[in-house]
Design a protein around this ligand. Structure first.
Ligand code: COI
Length: 356
């Protein structure tokens, strides 16, 4: 399949004040589109075109049965002006795993990766320059066949849009407040918890709104069966420093196999921390903080990077980590190392960086 590049007709004004960047509100000039139609032999059209709205049939299957997947990765501006992608192949491989679980067609990893790189090359001046900012890349696939029967679609649009972003949370690296849900659950065994599909996020909104109304930034989800074991937070995996070890939930199908999670586990091991991939219970959070065994907690994710947690609330109990406002030493060190690799200040010894 050939990648066609269509001319850009109406470029948008560039970002002049990067301190005004938020998360995911502004989009670049161009997008990548791949079209799939089983009747036309599968993937049959790939183009980079001006960013513009789609025309979708009101019966398009994604609008009814949510057959959709997405990814999130970032491009970073480095001091020498070059642009770095962080572990992009891992995202494309995970995109295909999500596609498989949602009965959607997989993409050719190398073709898709090369097309994304070409898109970034063309949109290079949308990659912001300030430390902490990046160009967020959002690959997405939707079922477009107009049909109301419940079965996998025969037509799909796969597309990639780009958004220059700053920190996901307004407070940047300031610790977030987490509400532990004792009622709502995110994912059950055998479900789609590990899949990056929009429905998981839609299902989380009700609890997230309740948490926000109580003054919390995010919901921490517990396992669906016993509502005892920690699973993950709305937009991030979660790690604890417990007895000096890094403890994080194992990947058993209900939580996302985060690429930032993977990277942090590698960096933590290299920094001499013992890693325990095991389910931590709510009781351990409370007893751990109260006894001083649990000293730090942080979320990991492409969008949030590393996000320290300052406070947990479960039912009528609250625990505060440290003073609730200061980022822990280990969290800070892991954040500095990871972002140092991404921004080209720390050597990349793992081949995680793909320079454009
Ligand atoms: C990411 O970290 O890239 C994600 O996909 C989380 C997103 C829901 C904000």
């Amino acid at each position: 399949m050939e990648l066609t590049v269509l001319p850009l007709t109406d470029p948008k004004p560039r970002v002049t004040d990067e301190s005004q960047l938020a998360f995911g509100r502004l989009f670049s000039d161009r997008m990548l589109i791949l079209e799939f139609d089983r009747a036309k032999g599968g993937w049959h059209e790939a183009r980079i075109q001006p960013y513009q709205p789609f025309v979708l049939d009101p019966a398009a299957m994604v609008l009814h049965y949510a057959q959709e997947i997405f990814e999130g990765l970032k491009a970073f501006r480095r001091p020498d002006g070059s642009i770095a992608l962080f572990r992009p192949k891992d995202n494309v491989v995970r995109f295909n795993r999500s596609a498989h679980r949602m009965c959607m067609p997989e993409v050719d990893v190398d073709f898709f990766l090369d097309a994304i790189k070409e898109l970034i090359r063309l949109e290079a001046d949308w990659v912001p320059n300030s430390r902490g900012t990046s160009l967020y890349i959002r690959p997405t696939m939707i079922a477009t066949e107009p049909m109301l029967g419940v079965r996998p679609s025969d037509q799909y649009l796969c597309y990639v849009i780009l958004s220059p972003v700053a920190a996901y949370y307004k407070g940047g690296l300031a610790p977030v407040k987490i509400w532990i849900s004792d009622h709502y659950v995110r994912a059950a065994n055998g479900g789609t918890g590990e899949v990056k599909t929009g429905g998981n996020y839609a299902a989380s909104l009700y609890a997230a709104r309740e948490a926000a109304e109580k003054g919390y930034d995010q919901v921490l989800w517990l396992d669906a069966k016993n509502k005892q074991q920690v699973e993950e937070v709305g937009s991030m995996n979660i790690c604890f420093i417990y007895d000096g070890k890094l403890v994080t939930s194992p990947l058993h199908g209900t939580i996302l196999d985060g690429i930032t999670r993977r990277s942090i586990l590698t960096l933590a091991k290299e920094a001499g921390l013992e890693i325990e991939e095991r389910a931590l219970s709510v009781d351990e959070i409370f007893e751990g903080v109260e006894s001083g065994r649990l000293t730090e907690a942080f979320g990991t994710g492409t969008a949030v990077v590393v996000s320290p947690v300052g406070e947990f609330t479960y039912r009528d109990r609250t625990v505060v980590l440290g003073d609730g406002k200061t980022t822990g030493e280990i969290t800070r060190k892991l954040y500095d190392t990871l972002t140092g690799i991404q921004y080209g200040e720390v050597p990349d010894n793992h081949d995680w960086i793909v320079t454009i």
